[in-house]
Design a protein around this ligand. Structure first.
Ligand SMILES: Cc1cc2nc3c(=O)[nH]c(=O)nc-3n(C[C@H](O)[C@H](O)[C@H](O)COP(=O)(O)OP(=O)(O)OC[C@H]3O[C@@H](n4cnc5c(N)ncnc54)[C@H](O)[C@@H]3O)c2cc1C
Length: 410
């Protein structure tokens, strides 16, 4: 783990006492850690949420920001994962309406038979995902009329003859993660560096922490421990417990944010070789384009020129009517996907998550892999497992909006 890569903490100091205690300690405040904190709070169980950086400051702020069934699973045949994602999409639209926006994504086709195949596949996707709370009546699905297609600058000069529209849900990933944390009563220990554990017969007992803001020491005691460290999991297990087994494979993906292009109103999802999708999405006054896939070794890695080139190449091949290399790039971002280890190319690795009960440390569970979309459902399952309590409110209780009061006891 390269320490230099971690963003510097803000000024100020934490108001928590030097010694704190909770039923469950969660390490990692990405979407999984934050969702678990909400689940535990809904069950009346105390927890602490620890992060070396800020809430939502890891992979959960660099995703493609879709709460979706995954249209690519229609191509790879992973129908079970797709249907789980579609069901969860409806839950997010109910509990986080202010962080969600329904969209009609256009999938363009090159020739007639491809268009027919898209219409059948997309028909099934939208049929299985028919539960769409808050769907705006103005958005149309299915066949995109020729005049609408040609009115979009992406629809001219390129290899595409038409498009089919399907429904999906866009979000703001970091804000959604922060809202989950704000919807919990967790003690928030952000910008805290874990320095060492004390163990007893039942497993982990105590964690020594250092507040990265002012260097002060803090201790956290808990009965159960959950590590939701995303792509940093293997590095942390090596550093803290000397474990060399690789649980994850890491795959980076980049997004480029271009100046908005007049006339590009709907997001496009373009099929690429190997079951991959090129997203070209107008959002927040810009045009977001992604993504790529490269196997990497750490949660912090720089963008390579080859990754940029891959995106530019895909854009030029598929949408040649726009002068991509002359257009202003406002921002570039790279996120690292934590994928559950297996052999084969990372493009074909499942995005499914695994909850691992640690073999040697009985009160420790590791969250491995996963997606934004299924994080709530997975953490609902984990919280039920940890507490023995089911919670109906998890799928209905609206999220509270994050108010920025990160270091206070909530
Ligand atoms: C390019 C890309 C596109 C994606 N698109 C989508 C999408 O459209 N839809 C979707 O559902 N999913 C998508 N995903 C997947 C999704 O973003 C991730 O699976 C998810 O954000 C992982 O969340 P997490 O909580 O497990 O990890 P993270 O968000 O990385 O959280 C881990 C946290 O642990 C903290 N941490 C790390 N080390 C330590 C330490 N030593 N001590 C304390 N804290 C530590 C980090 O600061 C971080 O906040 C995408 C991922 C990528 C990379």
């Amino acid at each position: 783990m390269s320490d230099a890569a971690w963003p510097a903490p803000p000024q100020g100091s934490c108001t928590l006492p030097a010694s704190v205690e909770a039923e469950v300690a969660i390490l990692g405040a990405g979407i999984h850690g934050a969702a678990l904190a909400r689940e535990l709070t809904l069950r009346g169980v105390t927890c602490a949420l620890v992060d070396k950086g800020e809430v939502g400051g890891g992979t959960s702020q660099w995703s493609s920001q879709l709460l979706h069934g995954g249209i690519r699973y229609m191509l790879t045949g992973d129908i079970r994962q797709m249907r789980e994602g579609l069901a969860e999409r409806a839950t997010w639209a109910r509990i986080a309406p202010r962080r969600c926006r329904w969209e009609a994504f256009w999938m363009p086709h090159r020739y007639w038979a491809e268009g027919l195949a898209h219409r059948v596949g997309i028909g099934l996707y939208d049929h299985w995902g028919a539960e769409r709370p808050g769907w705006p009546a103005g958005l149309s699905l299915g066949h995109v009329p020729k005049e609408a297609f040609l009115a979009d600058p992406r629809g001219v000069l390129g290899p595409f003859r038409g498009a089919t529209a399907y429904a999906d849900l866009m979000t703001w990933d970091r804000e959604l993660t922060r809202d989950l944390a704000a919807s919990s009563e967790a003690m928030l220990l952000d910008f805290h560096e874990p320095e060492g554990f004390e163990q007893g017969d039942g497993g982990l007992k105590l964690l020594h922490l250092r507040d990265r803001r002012d260097g002060s020491a803090r201790q956290l005691r808990a009965r159960r421990w959950v590590f939701a460290l995303g792509p940093w999991t293997d590095g942390a297990m090596a550093q803290w417990f000397g474990e060399t087994r690789k649980r994850l494979r890491l795959s980076s993906g980049i997004h480029l944010w271009f100046d908005a292009v007049p006339g590009c109103e709907r997001p496009w999802a373009i099929r690429r070789p190997k079951g991959r999708i090129l997203f070209v999405v107008p959002r927040d006054g810009l045009l977001q384009v992604g993504t790529t896939e490269r196997e990497v070794e750490d949660g912090w890695v720089p963008i390579l020129e080859a990754e940029r080139e891959e995106l530019f190449g895909a854009l030029e091949a598929n949408l040649p009517s726009l002068p991509w290399r002359e257009m202003l790039v406002w921002a570039e971002e790279l996120g690292v996907r934590p994928l559950v280890a297996a052999t084969g190319a990372t493009t074909h690795l499942s995005r499914e998550a695994v909850l691992e009960r640690h073999a040697r440390i009985p009160n420790l569970t590791l969250v491995l892999g996963g997606k934004l979309t299924t994080a709530r459902a997975l953490m609902d399952r984990l919280a039920t497992d940890l507490t023995g309590l089911r919670c109906e409110a998890s799928t209905t209780a609206p999220l509270r909006l994050w108010d920025g009061q990160a270091a206070e006891i909530r």
